[in-house]
Design a protein around this ligand. Sequence first.
Ligand code: DAT
Ligand code: MG
Length: 149
Amino acid sequence: MEKTLVLVKPDGVQRGLIGEVISRLERRGLKLQAAKFMQVSNELAETHYGIHKGKTFYEGLIQYITSSPVMAMVWTGPNAVAAVRQTMGATRPTESAPGSVRHDFGLEVGRNLTHASDSPENGETEVSLWFNDSELIDWDRAVDNWIFE
Ligand code: DAT
Ligand code: MG
């Protein structure tokens, strides 16, 4: 089953939106596998956002993600990557679909509240960057058969 890394970024935490994000993912039927509330180190931020190194917004992005705690989570389910990206909305809040988290709560690309892996392959890579295997919980959810075909 696909896995995706979800972060409620510092602005989402400061604005009290951890529960809102979790609630939307739970309601969608996705299944939580791991979660931790943490202060992101510079090293982790630079590895996670390594692909953006050299871009104009890179320094600001590292500053933002390390400025205050984040809620890091692993969510799983069929097509979890696409489903979560859709629930979060496009990178720029003003281009995100109405009803998405970034649309409903955001205005600026540099304060877009959440992160979600953008491909199944990056989901695997990011989950192993942020979590140890022992932190991932494979559990039976009573409603699984009514959500997963
Ligand atoms: P996403 O977070 O939707 O996967 P991304 O991987 O392209 O988007 O970029 C990572 C983050 O960097 C994004 O959430 C916000 C910031 N960012 C991206 N493009 C930006 C830009 N043009 N100006 C400022 N910040 C930007
Ligand atoms: Mg990205």
